[in-house]
Design a protein around this ligand. Structure first.
Ligand code: S3P
Length: 168
């Protein structure tokens, strides 16, 4: 089996679930946001403010193209990764895609104390999150091989569900 890509809205738990899965499976973990920050040598908020979102989106594709191939990794993706057709094609080519789905309420709870997400700055409220989520869910659905509802579940439970649901 290739890589396991975790996709879903900001705050859906991709990083925490990624960490749990990587420990459970004994696979190394990669995080596309971190890889981009290393590549650009600056935090995501500065990439957005200095180069713009379009440039950040190009870096997301670049990261997918340059993923290591020597073994399967668990890869936690930025919340916008599945929006571009090329990215979806690359992920499907290189592994399985798991969509972590959460309600806007769960998302708001998880993102409210962080200021690392430019798209949510000044927008940490249910109407904004719901509207953006409605636009994105069709993309997440289309990109994914498997979907897990994460509301009110522990990391352990979510990992169990992914491990029993993924076909190798
Ligand atoms: C984004 C999600 C962020 C990060 C960037 C854009 C998005 O990642 O890639 O701020 O468009 O949904 P997380 O989903 O890890 O917060």
């Amino acid at each position: 089996m290739g890589h396991i890509f975790l996709i879903g809205f900001m705050g859906s738990g991709k990083s925490s679930v990624g960490k749990g899965l990587s420990e459970r499976m004994g696979r190394p973990l990669l995080d596309t946001d971190h890889m981009i920050e290393e590549m650009a040598k600056k935090p995501i908020s500065r990439i957005f403010s200095e180069e713009g979102e379009a440039h950040f989106r190009e870096l997301e594709t670049k990261v997918l193209k340059e993923l290591p191939t020597e073994r399967g990794f668990v890869i936690s993706c930025g919340g916008g990764m599945a929006l571009k057709e090329e990215n979806v094609r690359l992920m499907k080519e290189k592994g399985k895609v798991v969509f972590l789905q959460a309600t806007p309420e769960t998302i708001l709870n998880r993102v409210k104390s962080s200021n690392k997400r430019p798209i949510l700055e000044g927008n940490k409220n249910i109407p904004f999150i719901s509207e953006l989520m409605e636009k994105r869910v069709p993309f997440y659905n289309k990109a994914s091989d498997m979907e897990v509802i994460v509301d009110d579940k522990s990391i352990l439970e979510i990992c169990d569900e992914i491990l029993s649901g993924l076909t190798y």
